[in-house]
Design a protein around this ligand. Structure first.
Ligand SMILES: *Cc1c(COP(=O)(O)O)cnc(C)c1O
Length: 233
């Protein structure tokens, strides 16, 4: 089952990229609310990069998976909002933090990233069109935040993450993706190391791929429906 779902998803990505003449985005498997066994099944099918929303939930899964031989091959991305009092733990628990949206978080993550680990990969989360969302910086704040990340030797600036407002209208969503891609291109012009635009989820990964996503974050299309309301930290 997990191997089948993974194969189908990779096929969808491949088709969308081919039709648009775009590179195939990386797949981030989003495992929130799914048990460690579900992650393991997908890892056994070949998936390596996993996204999580909560620090405590991730710590519990890593305790299980790090004890297995495959554990060392897995890559962990934080995609949920990060509270400042969790920055210390997040700085060593994750390989990537995609939800960096304020200067205080940049400083805290840099301070707590262990010298024994490679630099923490960072995406700036930009609030591309969802005025109501409390996560993500304004688009006009991205450049300064990116400079702050790039100035930290314990952090590695990799790009941008966006979560457009849920819009039933595909034209509106496409417009948000196009603006995100323009913001990404501007960021990349200023910081040549930037290579990642994280956008697109189960429902809109084709549209996101067409508009230039380099990483899609997919939960339900891989794991099925979420088991329960997500745990909070
Ligand atoms: C849960 C989540 C996803 C995955 O959503 P699906 O619709 O299940 O694919 C992607 N990105 C973020 C930030 C999420 O919280």
């Amino acid at each position: 089952m997990p191997a089948r779902a993974l194969h189908d998803l990779l096929q969808r990505l491949d088709n969308a990229a081919r039709a648009a003449g775009r590179p195939v985005p990386r797949l981030l498997a989003v495992g929130k609310t799914q048990p460690a066994e579900a992650i393991l099944a997908l890892a056994d099918a070949g998936q390596r990069a996993f996204g999580e929303n909560y620090v405590q939930e991730t710590a519990a899964k890593r305790r299980v998976l790090d004890a297995l031989p495959i554990g060392a091959a897995l890559e962990w991305h934080l995609i949920g909002h990060l509270q400042s009092n969790k920055a210390r733990e997040a700085a060593t628990l994750f390989d990537w933090v995609q939800s960096v949206d304020r200067a205080s978080l940049v400083a805290a993550l840099a301070k707590h990233r262990s010298p024994d680990l490679p630099p923490l990969n960072v995406l700036i989360q930009a609030n591309i069109d969802d005025e109501a969302s409390k996560s993500g910086c304004r688009p006009d704040e991205v450049a300064a935040l990116a400079d702050a990340v790039a100035a930290q030797p314990r952090l590695r600036l990799r790009g941008l993450m966006v979560i457009p407002a849920p819009a039933p209208d595909p034209a509106r969503r496409r417009d948000a993706f196009i603006r995100a891609r323009a913001l990404f291109d501007a960021l990349r012009a200023a910081h040549p190391g930037v290579d990642t635009l994280s956008m697109g989820m189960s429902d809109d990964l084709e549209l996101a791929t067409t508009e230039g996503s380099t990483m899609v974050r997919v939960g339900t299309a891989l794991f099925g429906a979420r088991r329960r309301p997500p745990a909070s930290d």
